[in-house]
Design a protein around this ligand. Structure first.
Ligand SMILES: Cc1ncc(COP(=O)(O)O)c(C=O)c1O
Length: 389
């Protein structure tokens, strides 16, 4: 136990101690922190769907009829008609052969690499999400990591026709950077490798022209059909506003996850009321683009204003905006000063990002106003100017 105490002390002195704040979320952009309402730039509830009254009513109705817990894993009795229909509906929205709903995005990535029992070579970006890194540590998987977004380096790890999997996030959760899925698709074809895409931060919000009754996604942004890649995963805990995730692929791949995806086989299924709420949310997102358009208007406004101020945020079309500080103590100090001014952003530090890449992360949602964005940028500019004096 004393050794834990020393480890915690050391993490604290280095500025790397992870802590939790008790936060009551009023809406995606306003939270109650210690009895003070502050403007939040923390939530992945990109379209504010977690507070949508129609979805909440659907959840209540379903819970009244079916109860709360699912009672067992999907292979026992946890796979209801609602689970079955949600999978069918997602397959239709995304025009793919097959879909499997799982409890979380982390689980989806673990399941995906559980399906191989021969030696595989997983090629992944050095800034991959932890769920991709951890999923590659199972079975006989070999990992090769390429420099962030460097497709020339990626290509060096591919061996023609061998068992390679390119496994990438479409939008990097710690930087907002985007993967060029078209380039990855070309590499997949040239080297006859597998291509897996984690679209946790693109499903429902990626900048693209979605056809009627379909859902925006990062593959469409690059004019790549999801059915042309081997596995595509999206999550419900972000743009959809509920909980859980799904994997799309051909029928054989999905059948294989049911056979071999141990986290899927051995976990209690998501409650039916969450599944019904998710179905309702997707139904709304497929036809009503008001929130989606508002989010993208906020992203464009943020990019324009931060560029005007010469503030070095990333200027991608993603709602994830990051500001490099480069040391953990300064990152925490700026974060705390922002809280005093009534604004919350996330301090991202090692080991979530490499050492000296400590940064502030700002997440935009459709509920933010232009005024929220102006106040954030002005306040951050003032704090940073004060610091550099
Ligand atoms: C890129 C990426 N993949 C997977 C996940 C895990 O998703 P979930 O929160 O549904 O477990 C996250 C979560 O933040 C993520 O950012």
């Amino acid at each position: 136990m004393t050794s834990f105490k020393n480890q915690i002390k050391k993490l604290n002195s280095l500025g790397y101690l992870r802590t939790r704040s008790v936060i009551n979320v009023e809406k995606s952009t306003r939270v109650n922190l210690g009895n003070k309402i502050v403007t939040s730039f923390l939530s992945n509830d990109y379209l504010g769907m977690s507070k949508n009254r129609i979805i909440i009513t659907e959840l209540k109705k379903s819970a009244n009829t079916h109860g709360i817990g699912s009672g067992s894993s999907p292979l026992i009795s946890g796979y209801s008609e609602s689970h079955h229909y949600l999978e069918k509906e997602i397959a239709e929205y995304l025009n793919v052969e097959s879909c499997l709903v799982v409890n979380s995005g982390y689980m989806a990535n673990l399941c995906l690499l559980n399906i191989f029992d021969q030696e595989m070579n997983v090629v992944q970006d050095r800034q991959s999400h932890n769920s991709i890194i951890e999923s590659s540590k199972i079975n006989k998987i070999k990992i090769n990591r390429y420099k962030h977004l460097d497709n020339t380096h990626l290509e060096k790890h591919l061996r023609n026709g061998k068992q390679d999997i390119i496994f990438s996030e479409s939008v990097f959760s710690m930087s907002g950077d985007a993967t060029n899925i078209k380039e990855h698709y070309k590499l997949k074809k040239n080297y006859k490798s597998f291509l897996f895409v984690d679209d946790a931060h693109g499903f429902g919000i990626a900048k693209c022209k979605a056809k009627n009754n379909s859902i925006e996604n990062s593959c469409s942004s690059f004019n790549i059909k999801i059915s042309n890649i081997d596995a595509y995963m999206g999550t419900f805990g972000k743009a959809v506003g509920t909980l859980g995730a799904f994997i799309c692929g051909n029928k054989d791949l999905i059948d294989m996850v049911v056979q071999k995806g141990r986290p899927y086989i051995y976990s209690t299924a998501l409650p039916r009321c969450i599944i019904d709420a998710t179905r309702k949310s997707l139904k709304i997102l497929a036809i009503n683009k008001t929130r989606y358009n508002k989010l993208h208007s906020n992203i464009s406004y943020f990019n324009k204003q931060s560029l005007k101020k010469d503030m070095a945020f990333n200027f991608t079309e993603s709602p994830i905006k990051t500001y490099l500080i480069g040391d953990p103590h300064s990152t925490l100090s700026i974060r705390d000063k922002l809280i005093k001014e009534g604004i919350m952003v996330q301090a991202i530090r090692y080991p979530t990002v490499p050492r000296k890449h400590d940064k502030l992360r700002v997440t935009l949602t459709s509920d933010h106003t232009k005024k929220d964005i102006d106040i954030l940028l002005d306040t951050l500019e003032n704090i940073h100017c004060e610091k550099s004096k």
